[in-house]
Design a protein around this ligand. Structure first.
Ligand code: CP
Ligand code: NVA
Length: 331
């Protein structure tokens, strides 16, 4: 039987089966081919979506906008601090209003509960564009990128997340890897690991798929023979900048550098959801360098710019996969 997720919200990967996730990855590949060959695909002409951002964005916002335009849809972008939501209007009322105007709602913000409540009340599909807990649209792009590099299939690959493994991206990767039968390793300090409750869920899913979930503080053990080394920034959006000091101390041993890449498998790829502090060319990067004397943080510039790095393919895949998610839930 075919997979059908029309009318569903996309809030976290725990809500989706392996087959549904594989379908979204395949659909993303199909949309990538259509875009590459210049084949029009205005399949959702006449529909409109709204993008509600309470945190900043480049990739996610642009992916929703370009994806929507390519599908023939109209788009409204509400930038952080410019809607009534939160300060003057409850989430519930906002959802009931936007649900009458739009066919779909994207939300990026803080609490996972907010996006869950929007979805419950809006009566149209809601897409989670990142919360403090999860970043599910990123996962479809990431898995497409892995599929492009390892066409033999996901099962049995070793995927290592280095650093702040309990953040929204680390949590989501642990779940999606478990769902797809990829052996997942969170390699970082015990203070920054995913919460025990989520680890248990991921372990149970992985057991069904014949794969593993491992948490380790040991870098050598973590990265040995890895096929994918992934990292993310050490202080996420919404976290106070005062955390840099403790995070640098905790996470510096987990910086992805050439030495670490050498311990991985020969065909290993480097991935990062971006944005990245791989040099001091950003305001945050420069101020961290001034205060702590480090010009590269979660990944060295050498690895970021190396042949093993697929970060810009990964970024491009955000557009194709967000288009697939919108199409599959709105068609
Ligand atoms: N990876 C990602 O979500 O990027 P943006 O914050 O630019 O959307
Ligand atoms: N963990 C990062 C991901 C950005 C795409 C953050 O939340 O800032």
């Amino acid at each position: 039987m075919g997979v059908n997720i029309a009318g569903r919200s996309f809030l976290k990967l725990l809500d989706f089966t392996t087959e549904e996730i594989e379908y979204l990855i395949q659909l993303s590949q199909d949309f990538k081919n259509l875009k590459r060959t210049g084949t029009p695909h205005r399949y959702l002409e006449g529909k409109n979506i709204v993008l509600l951002f309470e945190k900043t964005s480049t990739r996610t916002r642009c992916s929703f906008e370009v994806g929507a335009y390519d599908l023939g849809m109209g788009v409204t972008y509400l930038e952080p601090g410019t809607s009534q939501m939160g300060s003057k209007e409850s989430i519930e009322d906002t959802a009931r209003v936007l649900g009458r105007f739009y066919d779909g709602i994207e939300y990026r913000g803080f609490a996972q509960e907010t996006v869950e409540e929007l979805a419950e009340k809006a009566k149209v599909p809601v897409w989670n564009g990142l919360t403090d807990d999860f970043h599910p649209t990123q996962m479809i792009a990431d898995m497409l990128t892995i599929k492009e590099n390892f066409p033999q299939g996901f099962h049995g690959l070793k995927f290592v997340f280095m650093g702040d493994a309990g953040n929204n991206v680390g949590n989501s990767l642990m779940v999606v890897c478990a769902k797809l039968g990829i052996n997942f390793v969170a390699c970082g300090p015990k203070e920054q690991m995913p919460k025990a409750e989520l680890v248990e869920k991921a372990e149970a899913i992985a057991a069904e798929r014949g794969s593993t979930v491992t948490l380790t503080e040991d870098v050598d053990e973590g990265v040995r023979d890895a096929n994918v080394i992934y990292t993310d920034i050490w202080v996420s959006m919404g976290e106070p900048k005062e955390l840099w000091n403790t995070r640098i101390k905790l996470l510096k041993p987990y910086q992805v550098n050439a030495e670490i890449m050498k311990k991985a498998a020969k065909d290993a790829i480097f991935m990062h959801c971006l944005p990245s502090y791989h040099d001091n060319k950003t305001e945050v990067g420069a101020s961290v360098e001034k205060e702590f004397g480090l010009s590269e943080l979660e990944v060295t510039d050498e690895v970021f710019e190396s042949r093993q790095s697929v970060v810009f393919d990964e970024a491009e895949n955000r557009m194709h996969s967000i288009k697939a998610i919108m199409y599959a839930t709105l068609k």
